[in-house]
Ligand binder design. Structure first.
Ligand code: NAD
Ligand code: UGA
Length: 458
């Protein structure tokens, strides 16, 4: 095994992407390092730090053979000449650009660490999502010492979605590699292309200039989030007009120019990236003096807040304008199904707002209760945690579906209804339940973007 790869950052991206490369390229030795020793210990255990369908098998197949997790960042930099960097790039919380710009401190620290420890030339690959033109800063830092070592910086953004990460990496719509259009740039690009070409058809591997690659990642997330905000605005109009948002989405999405995906109206989008990447795009536009462009994209985030607030107002209005002392069960806390990740989950917003209304909140989720506890630790309110949805719903006045976990589609809602306070309500923030059936059982049902089904006289 003479080819080696290093990945700095063992998170939701670093761990799974490297496990996939290890599985597809058995002749490469792959090391994943992180400054967080607990995370590395978890990657080396039977209890991986993240839940992702298929990931356990992939790691079991490769770990200890050609995939290694370690905290020795410095040693690993010395030993590897191809370095992927997938450290976190959250929204800045301080100083200029707070709440908007990307916080690049982890990124820059990594660049300096590479420079300090490198004893041979390296290819450094941006796997993290970064503002356009970050590669230039990276190049300037890396090439700041005349030590005879050269660094080539590439952009190779990741497009996997959580919950389907393994499938996404195995069958990507495209892999994007951006490089400098120089001989060295092209050579570096080919070294990475060779890795992906092991399992991805060549026509799906796109090569572009480095700035297009960096920007495409931000734009892809912005477009995806924009579709959700667009359909969510229409859900509000549907609720006023007795149109059904699912029927509208279907009719609109069957136009092949529009396409059917990402048109599910919901309580709002969550996840660690949509909001942060759009805000980053907005910040960049403002930086370049493009105020109108910035305003346009900022509304996508604004509508997402509006949709979550609308959900709370619909609960409040339906439940006779007071939630104080009422017990509300949140079915799901993860930001989407098949993950334990709760970053920016709409459930956090809803739980906080319910607590502000002095409701008692019972949280149920098959994979995210640990993260839910951390998210709500600093929020004032009464929160209970019950993995079993039947236990969670007992004695509640309302159920609110926050995550589209399959298990919620097939619960025994008759049994749940019997053990709830009456009148009992369902607020389906994902439109996954059989609303007519729930209504027949006795629930007052409030979907998103569809007429409510209630037992009250109007
Ligand atoms: P994460 O927070 O799960 O993981 C990042 C890891 O980097 C952490 O474990 C952290 O300890 C480590 N780290 C930070 N500084 C370090 C340093 N100097 N040396 C070694 N390790 C260091 O983040 P993530 O979700 O994996 O996202 C990483 C990047 O990928 C972000 O830019 C994100 O926007 C992008 N991305 C994420 C997803 C996703 O689904 N989560 C998908 C596509 C792209
Ligand atoms: C998203 C993108 O889909 C990935 O391509 C990208 O790599 C990733 O962000 C990233 O950069 O981090 P992810 O956030 O993991 O992936 O999950 P999505 O499936 O995109 O869902 C995001 C949110 O939108 C979830 O809360 C989901 O429930 C919501 N959503 C999605 C809707 O409300 N309606 C839809 O029709 C689709």
């Amino acid at each position: 095994m003479n080819k080696t790869i290093l990945c700095i950052g063992a998170g939701y991206v670093g761990g799974p992407t490297m496990a996939m490369i290890a599985s597809k390229c058995p002749d490469y030795r792959i090391t994943v390092v992180d400054i967080n020793p607990q995370r590395i210990a978890a990657w080396n255990s039977d209890d991986l730090p993240i839940y992702e369908p298929g990931l356990d098998d992939l790691v079991r197949e490769t770990r200890g053979k050609n995939l290694f997790f370690s905290t020795d960042v410095e040693g690993a930099i010395r030993d590897n000449d191809i370095i992927f960097v997938s450290v976190n790039t959250p929204t800045k919380t301080f100083g200029a650009g707070a709440g908007m710009a990307a916080d690049l401190q982890y990124w820059e620290k990594t660049a300096r660490q590479i420079l300090e420890n490198a004893q041979s030339s390296k290819i450094v690959i941006e796997k993290s999502t970064l503002p356009v033109r970050t590669a230039l800063a990276m190049e300037r830092i890396l090439n700041s010492q005349a030590n005879g070592i050269s660094f080539d910086v590439l952009s190779n953004p990741e497009f996997l979605a959580e919950g389907s990460a393994i499938w996404d990496m195995e069958n990507p719509d495209r892999v994007l590699i951006g490089s400098r259009e120089t001989d060295r740039g092209r050579q570096a690009r080919n070294a990475i292309l060779e890795i992906y070409a092991r399992w991805i058809p060549r026509e799906r591997i796109l090569t572009t200039n480095i700035w297009s690659s960096e920007l495409s990642k931000l734009v892809a997330n912005a477009f995806l989030a924009q579709r959700i905000s667009s359909i969510n605005t229409i859900s509000a109009l549907c609720e006023k007009t007795e149109a059904d948002v699912a029927e509208v989405a279907r009719a609109v999405g069957m136009d092949s120019r529009i396409g059917a995906k990402f048109l599910n109206a919901s309580v709002g989008f969550g996840g660690s990236c949509f909001k942060k990447d759009i805000l980053n795009l907005v910040y960049l536009c403002r930086f370049y003096g493009l105020e109108e462009v910035a305003d346009y994209w900022e509304r996508v985030v604004g509508i997402n807040v509006y949709q979550q607030e609308r959900f709370i107002m619909s609960m409040l209005t339906a439940m006779f304008n007071t939630l104080a002392g009422k017990r509300i069960c949140l079915l799901g806390f993860a930001f989407k199904a098949n993950t334990g990740d709760t970053r920016e989950s709409p459930a956090i917003f809803i739980a906080r707002r319910l607590a502000e209304e002095h409701a008692e909140v019972v949280i149920s989720d098959p994979k995210a209760l640990g993260n839910a506890r951390l998210d709500l630790a600093k929020i004032d309110g009464v929160f209970h945690y019950r993995e079993d949805p039947y236990e969670a719903a007992k004695g509640c006045h309302a159920l609110a579906v926050m995550t589209e976990w399959d298990l919620y589609r097939s619960l025994d809602y008759e049994k749940i209804y019997e053990q709830m306070d009456k009148p009992a309500f369902i607020f389906d923030g994902r439109n996954i339940l059989d609303h007519k059936r729930c209504f027949e059982i006795g629930f007052n049902v409030y979907p998103i973007g569809k007429p409510p089904l209630t037992h009250f006289e109007v």
